[in-house]
Structures are given as structure tokens and as C-alpha cells.
Design a protein around this ligand. Structure first.
Ligand SMILES: [Zn+2]
Ligand SMILES: [Zn+2]
Length: 187
């Protein structure tokens, strides 16, 4: 189990659009051994779970530690985890958070919750966030050393920078326009 990666995957899960099985397989592009287990029920279960998980990121963004903890504990109770040792890569035995009988949805939900619970215990409960770019609703995990992350992606960060630059230019232009009559009157 790589909990930090699982926590980051939980953000990717909230951000993903998963309308059908094909989209879910696409989301699992780097985990081809799961593809043939994907069924319609996984799509529905993950849709519900993503809606349950978003408020955890929002509570963390609001620095509401108690709410983050209580929401995660509620979700852990609702989605119990049964781990197992996996041998899908026989040269690298490792723990999975769900056993062989678990559905793909149960596996992803277990990973997300164990990843987030571990992150909260190790790095604190305010490491999750929602993107500051006004038109973006993506969430993220902030692993930066000084906990300074504000955007879900470089794309949103540069989009926000461009918007701020344009706003400054507009303010400067507005000021010049305001100056014009005074300058004319002075002549
Ligand atoms: Zn594995
Ligand atoms: Zn964003």
C-alpha cells in the first residue's frame, strides 16, 4: 500500500468523469489487471462515493479538522476494508486494501479512504483542497513542503495568472481613461 499515492488517486477519482464502464477502464489505464473486473455496478457505486468524498476535501480546504476527521470516520465505517496480500506481480508481493472478492469500486473506495486517513494522520487534516481557479471544481492533495498549493493543476495555475494579469491591465487602462479628461483640462 502506498498511502500517499492512494490519497492522490482519491483526488483523481473525485475529479474524474466516469459515466460508464469504458470511462472507468480509461481511468484505470495504468492498472490493466483490473479492467476485466469492471462492471456497471462499479460505475454507480463510484458515482455515489465521489459525491460523499468531495465534502472531505471542502472541509479540509476550510481548515475544519474535526469535520474532516468525522467525515472520514463515517466513510470508513460505511465502507469497511478487508486487506490482502496480492501476487499480481509475483516479484513484488504487496498489500492491497481490498481482498480478491471485492469489486473494483470497493477496491478504489478502500484505497481512497485508507490513503486519505493515513495522509490526515501523518501530514495533518488540512492537506486537501479545492482548486482556486473560479471556473474549476477539481480537488487536490497538497504535499508541498510549506502547504502552499492553491490549484489542482499547472493549467489552472497559469490560467489564474493570466486572469490576474488581465485584471491588472484593465485596472491600469481604467485609470488612464480616468486621467484623460483631467490631462485635457490641464492643457
Ligand atoms: Zn497491486
Ligand atoms: Zn483547477
Amino acid at each position: 500500500m502506498d498511502f500517499l499515492r492512494y490519497a492522490e488517486r482519491s483526488a483523481a477519482l473525485v475529479n474524474a468523469e466516469l459515466p460508464d464502464e469504458a470511462a472507468l477502464r480509461e481511468h484505470l489505464a495504468d492498472r490493466s489487471w483490473l479492467h476485466r473486473s469492471v462492471v456497471t455496478d462499479d460505475v454507480a457505486a463510484l458515482e455515489t462515493f465521489r459525491a460523499e468524498l468531495r465534502p472531505v476535501f471542502e472541509a479540509s480546504q476550510a481548515d475544519d479538522v474535526r469535520l474532516v476527521v468525522s467525515q472520514l470516520n463515517d466513510l470508513l465505517a460505511r465502507h469497511p476494508v478487508t486487506p490482502m496480500i496480492s501476487d499480481h506481480d509475483p516479484t513484488h508481493l504487496h498489500m492491497h486494501v481490498a481482498n480478491r472478492a471485492a469489486s473494483v469500486a470497493e477496491l478504489l473506495i478502500g484505497e481512497a479512504l485508507m490513503g486519505l486517513a493515513t495522509l490526515v494522520c501523518d501530514l495533518g487534516a488540512t492537506r486537501l483542497g479545492t482548486c482556486s481557479e473560479p471556473k474549476c471544481d477539481h480537488v487536490f492533495v497538497d504535499t508541498s513542503p510549506n502547504q502552499s498549493r492553491r490549484y489542482c493543476s499547472d493549467r489552472c495555475s497559469s490560467r489564474a495568472n493570466v486572469a490576474a494579469f488581465r485584471a491588472r491591465q484593465k485596472a491600469v487602462r481604467a485609470q488612464h481613461d480616468g486621467d484623460a479628461p483631467a490631462a485635457a483640462a490641464a492643457q
